[in-house]
Design a protein around this ligand. Structure first.
Ligand SMILES: C[S@@+](CC[C@H](N)C(=O)[O-])C[C@H]1O[C@@H](n2cnc3c(N)ncnc32)[C@H](O)[C@@H]1O
Length: 224
């Protein structure tokens, strides 16, 4: 499905999130772990490489690998990197976030934005993040969540159930791509439940920062 919508993915993201996804993604750079040397980062489900670019722009990052299952999304990403002054720091590879093709302890920072909801086993994916991180490394996951405020939660439901499928179909030309987005968001563990999943995968003391009233949340945890 992502191959089929790759050409319009960035535009649809910007329209449907009213531009908010860029603000949320930029926050991922704030969680780069502190170290005496420049860090190596892995961005899982990198798609068209937004997070990979944000990380590459940071002077504390030496190299970013963007991994995704969809060759079409990566191709759009590679085109974007060609025009980006920091694009040379990014390598885009086809790969599965549940079976990461890197050795243990290869990275200092592993990120994943709006991807973990799409994998069959989020726990397995988090265990893989843990495995490829060096001791002292950090994982940061950006994902949709549900707001606590009842009024904003209801408005968010109306938007997700009514506007997103309609506008998504119109812009993507794909009959199903955005039809079930609300269901995956509404049924995916968020908040403390997602922190617990990170801890089940081996991380100690997972933390969370809700964004835009909790429409999305950044979760992060360190490998000790
Ligand atoms: C909603 S997009 C997010 C893309 C990007 N991270 C962003 O925030 O714009 C989800 C991405 O996850 C990828 N994906 C789904 N399952 C995957 C898996 N098991 N391993 C790697 N990538 C996967 C899809 O190909 C798609 O590019």
């Amino acid at each position: 499905m992502f191959n089929e919508i790759s050409g319009r993915y960035d535009l649809i993201n910007t329209v449907l999130s009213l531009g908010l996804h860029n603000l949320w993604k930029r926050k991922i750079a704030r969680f780069i772990p502190k170290s005496d040397y420049k860090v190596r980062a892995l961005d899982l489900a990198t798609g068209t490489g937004d997070i990979a670019t944000i990380l590459a722009r940071n002077e504390r990052v030496s190299h970013v690998t963007g991994l995704d299952m969809s060759a079409g999304m990566l191709e759009v990403g590679r085109e974007k990197m060609k025009d980006d002054p920091w694009g040379h720091k990014v390598e885009m590879k086809v790969g599965n976030a549940e079976q990461i093709s890197f050795k243990d302890a290869s990275f200092d920072y592993v990120t994943m934005a709006f991807g973990i909801r799409n994998v069959p086993s989020p726990l397995k994916c988090l265990q893989e993040c843990y495995r490829v991180l060096k001791p002292g490394g950090r994982v940061a996951v950006l994902e949709f969540s549900l707001p606590k405020n009842p009024l904003i939660k209801q408005l968010n439901f109306v938007y997700l159930r009514g506007v997103v499928p309609f506008v998504g179909r119109l812009l993507s030309g794909h009959p199903f791509a955005y039809r079930y987005l609300n269901e995956t968001i509404e049924t995916f563990p968020y908040g403390q439940n997602f922190c617990a999943l990170m801890e089940d995968a081996g991380f100690k003391k997972a933390r969370q920062k809700p964004l835009s009233f909790g429409i999305a949340t950044i979760y992060w945890a360190d490998k000790t």
